[in-house]
Ligand binder design. Sequence first.
Ligand code: NAD
Length: 381
Amino acid sequence: MKIGTPTEVEAGENRVAMTPDSARQLQKLGHDCLIQSGAGLKAGFADALYEEAGVTVVEDADALWSQSDIIAKVRIPTLDELDRLTPEKTLITFFNPGGNAEGLEKAKEKGASVLAMEMVPRISRAQKMDALSSMANIAGYRAVIEAGNNFGRFFTGQVTAAGKVPPAKVLVVGAGVAGLAAIGTSTSLGAITYAFDVRPEVAEQVESMGAEFVYLDFEEEQADGSGSGGYASVSSPEFREAQLAKFRELAPEMDIVITTALIPNREAPKLWLADMVAAMKPGSVIIDLAAEKGGNVEGTVKDEKVVTENGVTIVGYTDFPSRMATQSSTLYATNIRHMMTDLTPEKDGKVNHNMDDDVIRGATVTHKGEITFPPPPPKVQ
Ligand code: NAD
């Protein structure tokens, strides 16, 4: 089959869903690869690199979409892109099926198969295709880099002839995939790092990374916050109050706060309130990785950087993976390549869209003229 990757149409999106390396692997599965001219440029992959890897470079989006049987892309497709689908084509991409009824209808009307990367079940076998995790990992790393870029001091403490510099204090709120990546990056830069999560089971992971887990003075303990499937549930009002009291205590001491707290299918909980921002020292930095879902911080402006009256910088960017496009394209293209491996079990260039396979079924949101979202729960954990 012919697998093609177009240039992303969303302004400011730098990632690409196929790299020269992933194309080499896709060809080993018996597929031919196509790329739209210039699609990889912003991620550091020029057309010539694809040509060297045996990829056919096509002139424009028309040629790419019409010649490809399978289209792999990054961003949620526009309705114009979906219009290019036919019943014979398969699209693999982020799709946000839970909030994209119009897109689902359009893909159904076109009779195409769509696999949504955010729907890959979070089971062990599918970790290699888990694009939410690969992108969250990058976002967590980049959050610390972004914080450093806006912070006027070192992370690590130093004693020099020119004076003694105290280490920065960093608090990471939410120790999921992005939070753990932020913790690892922060400790490796030498900051004193603290982390909090409503799921008590992450305390050990946090501590093993050299950070300090923040415990609450709360009788029922943090067990309160564990929901199903490794995700958080909504906290009780009492627990929330204990959490906010602890954050109020920490706010004047912290130089950098990185918030990553999310609860599936809900707006992000507001955890770092205006009075906590006001209590921080001038020059402190907050990176709100939950900005896409409304933000954990009072004062976050989505996709912007603001400086408060007391001199605290609040960053609400939602495109951290795109800001590291070479790395994120490499990991995302690998996620796609693994998905294609599962879709090509005989490695003969023929796709077997096996709806009895938990992973393929879970990710498929439209198939043969039907909307197949939401999927049934996976059989294997
Ligand atoms: P997420 O992005 O939905 O949430 C980020 C973090 O915010 C979570 O750790 C959550 O507990 C935390 N949080 C929610 N409310 C909070 C609050 N009020 N205060 C503080 N923290 C709060 O989650 P994620 O990072 O995508 O994944 C979370 C977990 O899911 C992982 O740690 C893991 O257990 C599981 N997971 C499993 C797989 C797999 O098996 N393949 C892959 C990825 C994640």
